[in-house]
Design a protein around this ligand. Structure first.
Ligand code: ES4
Ligand code: ZN
Length: 324
């Protein structure tokens, strides 16, 4: 099964580049940039990765990201992930980054984008991996700050395909950002949003009705509302599901209770993704493998999930054809 998953051509659509920061690189960059970390050793970092909620993860995730300072740091981070993609037979990636995590610390928007984009261009040329970049607004910050970030992105619009919404979900519903997403759509950006990870199904409805999303990130709580599930099936609106993340953050109590296969069999366009692999104990293939081991996913299921990852991507219909 491991070999089968390895050989499957896959796309990854829900991946926070800051969430690929492995403790080894975190330590190396902390030393280089003279940033103090609250850990004495790499082992201590790994031991701290015991989360009981989204917020308990986010606190460490933002602390970790503080070691990223220079353009080359963003390049090295992204290049390390893309090499992982090559090893795992991931042919296309749509990568999230959180500009505000960096601009809040005085790192220029352009430093972040240029570092990431240089790695993406190198991967296209040397590894044959295609990619798109999606910037996310931090939903615990204000609408005004999201607006400023949108404005800052405009000189880099040719490098960015879409806008997403991430960070602490509960208490920060999509409605808080309705106006700024309207503006993002007018600028031609594709729209995605984390919804229904910890938040209930009303967050998913708001992302659909108020933000007009092209995809939902997570969306696992859709199954509380049969009308919503029917809507997702009818419109073939994709969910980018992250199984290991959901268990690690206790959104799902055990992998064997994950609803991804049930949704797949009902006809929802679900995909498998790794979210923040350096924090959640596995990259994309480990997520597929967990579905085989703990949910009894068949080879047929895994092929369907991998095909869905291309179907749900922002590749052109013509490019998708190559993979379907
Ligand atoms: C995230 Cl798993 C998850 N949920 C919300 N925001 C995030 N940022 C990075 N990972
Ligand atoms: Zn995420």
């Amino acid at each position: 099964m491991k070999k089968f998953i390895q050989n499957l051509p896959k796309a990854e659509l829900h991946l926070h580049i800051e969430g690929t920061l492995e403790p080894e690189l975190m330590f190396k960059l902390a030393q280089k940039n003279e940033i103090a970390l609250p850990y004495a050793s790499i082992q201590e970092v790994r031991e701290a990765y015991n989360f009981n909620s989204l917020q308990s993860f986010l606190d460490l995730y933002y602390a970790g990201a503080s070691v990223l300072v220079e353009e080359i740091d963003f390049f090295d981070l992204t290049w390390a992930y893309l090499q992982k993609c090559k090893v795992q037979n991931i042919l296309h990636v749509e990568i999230f980054f959180d500009p505000q995590t960096h601009t809040k610390r005085g790192i220029a928007f352009g430093v972040v984008v240029r570092g990431i984009v240089k790695a993406l261009q190198k991967a296209k040329k040397e590894l044959g991996i295609s990619s798109f970049l999606i910037m996310c607004f931090l939903r615990h910050l204000s609408e005004k700050e999201a607006y400023e970030t949108l404005k800052e992105s405009l000189p880099f619009k040719h490098h960015i395909i879409g806008v997403g919404l991430d960070s602490s979900e509960v208490g920060h519903p999509p409605s808080k950002f309705e106006r700024v997403f309207k503006r993002a759509r007018q600028e031609g950006y594709k729209i995605v949003a984390h919804a229904g990870e910890e938040g209930d199904s009303s967050y998913i409805w708001e992302a659909i009705k108020l933000l007009h999303v092209n995809r939902i990130d997570h969306g696992i709580r859709c199954d509380e509302d049969a009308t919503l599930v029917d809507f997702l099936i009818e419109k073939q609106l994709a969910l980018t599901v992250c199984p290991l993340s959901n268990v690690k953050l206790c959104a799902v109590d055990e992998m064997k209770n994950h609803n991804i296969l049930k949704l797949l069999h009902q006809g929802v366009l679900v995909t498998v993704n790794s979210d923040d692999p350096a924090y959640f104990g596995g990259y994309l293939n480990e997520n597929y493998l967990a579905l085989a081991h703990d949910l009894g996913a068949s080879k047929h299921d895994l092929v369907a999930l991998a095909k869905n990852s291309f179907k749900a991507s922002f590749l052109s219909e013509e490019e998708k054809e190559k993979y379907l």
